[in-house]
Design a protein around this ligand. Sequence first.
Ligand code: G3I
Length: 435
Amino acid sequence: MDYFSSAFADETIRDLAKERGRFIGTILNSEWFNDAIEPEFEEIHKTQFNVVVAENEMKFDATEPSENKFNYAKGDKMVEYAQANGLRVRGHALAWHSQVPGWVNNYSGQKEKLLSVLKNHIDSVVGHWKGKVAEWDVVNEAINDDYNHDWRSTGSVWYEGIGPEFLDSAFVWAHAADPNAELCYNDYAVEWGINEGSKAGFVLEQVKRWKANGIPITCVGTQTHIEIAHETTPQNVRAFAKALAELDVKLNITELDIGFPKGSAGKLTAADYEKQGHLYRQFMDVFLEEPNMGEFVIWGLTDAHSWLDEQQGKTEGLLYDKQYKPKPAFDSIMVSLKAHPASEVKSPYPDSVLIQQATKFVAVTSKLSAQITGRILSIAGATAAKVDVFDMQGRPVFSAKNVKKAVELSGLSEGLFVVRVRDGSKRLMQRITIK
Ligand code: G3I
């Protein structure tokens, strides 16, 4: 007779990530800061995630809208929320060519002035949140879009005025302002492989140089804004993580979304959503299997609020649909977490970091519970549940609808599986062993 190891509470991806010494998160959209978002947003956010990023509110134009006049109100609101709910905070972003206020551009080309503006900004902002923001995107998107293996040399007030040393200086200043913060270089299109000439290859060269020169970089962020057709990207991220591990630097997934072409809205099928889930799962598999990956951050929670629709000509790239219902992508992430037992997942963080992320928010648990006896799965608390069973590679191997009390998992061989039970808004996912 086999029983579920802990069958009496709903589980969250946050708790599963936490048990594995990892962080899973999403942004707080600008609508949250403006109190213009549905109540479900925050409830789901603090239940399912344990790392948070501000979509826009810690950027240069938000924090220093006028020279040396800082506005921390919205960032403080997020930090308080994070502390109340046991979330790690990522700071995004210090030195970036975009979202720079007009007054900075007035100093275009004035190297000494721009150096002092950037230093003052970093000293002040990192200093203000010292000990509260665990990790900063110190430099964001500094590499050229033309894939010519070089820095972004136009359209960047920092590069054009200061030269490439603005990056090195930014890391040094950020480290001086908060010696315990993790410091990242963050960029997009680094999920396209590490071959010579690639953007990720260029990042690797710079990280090597930074490490050799004592520049205090500890992490790289792969934004990973991709599309459903980009099937090779998870393995490219794996290769990038391994290469960074050799340099003793972490790789974090910082802005993941997996969008569909906008024209497909309203025409997407169950198979499309499963495919999206499969890709999310592959990213989570890579994340859990590579010991130098710490954070898995998605750029949005619900398809109702996403830059993809507003700015990208893409759609429906997130874990929750527009009605805040979890999509197959959510389940895929949970299946991946379940398939990687905590005992086998290495955390890149020391205990001191993990203990700080207290779980102050207690998720509301549903009354769904289940246990297995032989091949009979008994369910309590369901009215008409949908039961799905997956093998440890995440492939569906059994499915039944309208289960009220019990169902025989016919046709399954002996071994480990993950069972998912859904009944209205209640859900349960659990690993089972059939002997
Ligand atoms: O604040 C103004 C508001 O006053 C005005 O009424 C409104 C009208 O459009 O615009 C508001 O500013 C917008 C801002 O988001 C806040 O909502 C900007 O126009 C808009 O451009 C800005 O977009 C953000 C974008 O970064 C800017 O580059 C997106 O929300 C944000 O999701 C996106 O995030 C970036 C990451 O920081 C870096 N990586 C790529 C990622 C996606 O582009």
